[in-house]
Design a protein around this ligand. Structure first.
Ligand code: PMT
Length: 398
């Protein structure tokens, strides 16, 4: 996700400095080359050696220690950065930046960079509410600085309230957003994901193997790219994506209702959910008893949500998925046309590493003009971005 990116991670002196270690791990795991810059007081909390070992780059702490023959430390860091993130960011560093004070390597680097700067404040609740701090934060926001807001909790000083460093996973998510193109800004996306469950009785249901991974990846990427995203999801063990309005449902009927309620406000709909085509005609009130050697179930059709949206779509862009085990392209094209879609993602479940409950997928995109585009095996996150690229291009045409 961050392959080829150069990130400057600034660490300032607060008890939450140890959490910057976890953040660094997330960056390096995602492929970024990270340069850690610590203020003098940050080194009181965590040793530079920890960051140096994990980043595999020298840790910079002093303004003038990096002056080498050909490059000046803070300028070199400022120039090479794709993004500067300061976590934790103390009231002190935020105050300095708001007033243009550059008296150490970190503040000089921030002053000299043209890259986006993300600040993750962490401080005592009273400092956080102090009007001086508030004014500094507001001034930086006006200048385009990004913030990963702190959360409420028990603070190291013993106080309860806002001021606790945001979770590293969420700061990481904000970094991905800061680096993503904002080509879906102004769009409102409705994504469906996961399976549905159709109950037979209070303890049994009919369902399928969908994990939600594909739909969640689309929702996550679309938010990073600036869309307002609603995710209607069947039962899934995945964490709701950060910043996405997540609506949990269980059955196909519940999914239909949730989708139809939200559909009018949306400009793009992507239906990655594996919705049951049939449900038990009758749901037994009590647990069904074991009786004969065989048991015949009577099933009735569920409503086809996507086909219904196809009739109502108007100017909206409608994208479906087709999960097939045979005649992939023929069946998918029938769904594309029969359900009045703009694009369908044909998912061959017989392919290794594709389809249900795996982290990768391999699909063919079918368009209304008859064009077919094969997308090779890749991670579902990467595939989500490819699909969104195509959606952006289709939107540009209308
Ligand atoms: O969740 P994962 O584990 O990551 O797996 C991903 C996936 C395999 C579920 C996903 O990539 C996928 O292929 N989703 C579509 C699964 C499916 O139900 O396909 P279908 O061919 O049965 O349905 C065609 C389309 O109609 C789908 O967009 C489906 O959401 C929609 N549909 C189907 C039935 C119904 N009653 N209402 C619908 O809206």
């Amino acid at each position: 996700m961050l392959k080829g990116k150069e990130i400057v991670l600034g660490v300032t002196g607060g008890i939450a400095a140890y959490k910057a270690v976890e953040l660094l791990r997330l960056f390096t795991k995602a492929g970024a080359n990270v340069h850690v810059v610590m203020t003098r007081s940050a080194t009181e909390f965590v040793t530079p050696l920890t960051f140096q070992t994990l980043s595999m780059n020298p840790v910079s702490t002093k303004l003038f220690s990096l002056v080498s023959e050909r490059e000046i430390g803070h300028i070199s860091l400022a120039d090479r950065a794709d993004l500067v993130v300061i976590a934790p960011a103390t009231a002190n560093v935020i105050g300095k930046l708001a007033h243009g004070i550059a008296d150490d390597l970190l503040t000089t680097t921030v002053m000299a960079t043209k890259a986006p700067v993300l600040l993750a404040p962490a401080m005592n609740v009273n400092m956080y509410q102090n009007p001086l701090y508030r004014a500094n934060e507001a001034a930086l926001r006006r200048l385009g600085y990004l913030f990963a807001d702190p959360v409420r909790g028990t603070l190291a000083c013993g106080w309860e309230g806002e001021g606790k460093l945001q979770e590293p996973g969420i700061i990481f998510e904000e970094v991905l957003s800061a680096l993503a193109p904002k080509d879906l800004a102004g769009e409102s996306l409705l994504v469906t994901a996961g399976p549905t469950r159709e109950e037979l009785d209070p303890v049994r249901f009919i369902s399928n193997h969908s994990s939600g991974k594909m739909g969640y990846a689309i929702a996550r990427s679309a938010r990073r790219r600036g869309a307002a995203v609603t995710l209607v999801t069947g039962p899934s063990s995945l964490e709701p994506p950060y910043g996405v309005d997540t609506v949990p449902v269980v059955s196909a009927a519940e999914m239909r209702q949730a989708v139809l309620e939200r559909f009018p406000a949306c400009s793009i709909i992507v239906k990655a959910a594996a919705v049951a085509d049939y449900r038990p005609a009758v749901r037994a009130e009590e647990k069904m008893k074991k009786t004969g050697e065989t048991l015949a179930l009577s099933l009735e059709k569920t409503g086809d949500i996507l086909a219904e949206l196809g009739r109502l779509k108007g100017e909206r862009l409608l994208v479906g998925f087709a999960a097939e085990t045979e005649n992939l392209l023929e069946n998918a094209r029938q769904k594309l046309e029969g359900k009045n879609l703009d694009l369908i993602v044909a998912n061959d479940l017989s392919q290794e590493g594709a389809g249900f409950d795996v982290d990768t997928n391999r699909v063919t995109l079918l368009y209304r003009d008859g064009h077919a585009e094969e997308i090779p095996l890749m991670g579902k996150g990467e595939l989500a971005d490819r699909l969104l690229d195509r959606i952006v291009a289709l939107r540009a045409r209308v």
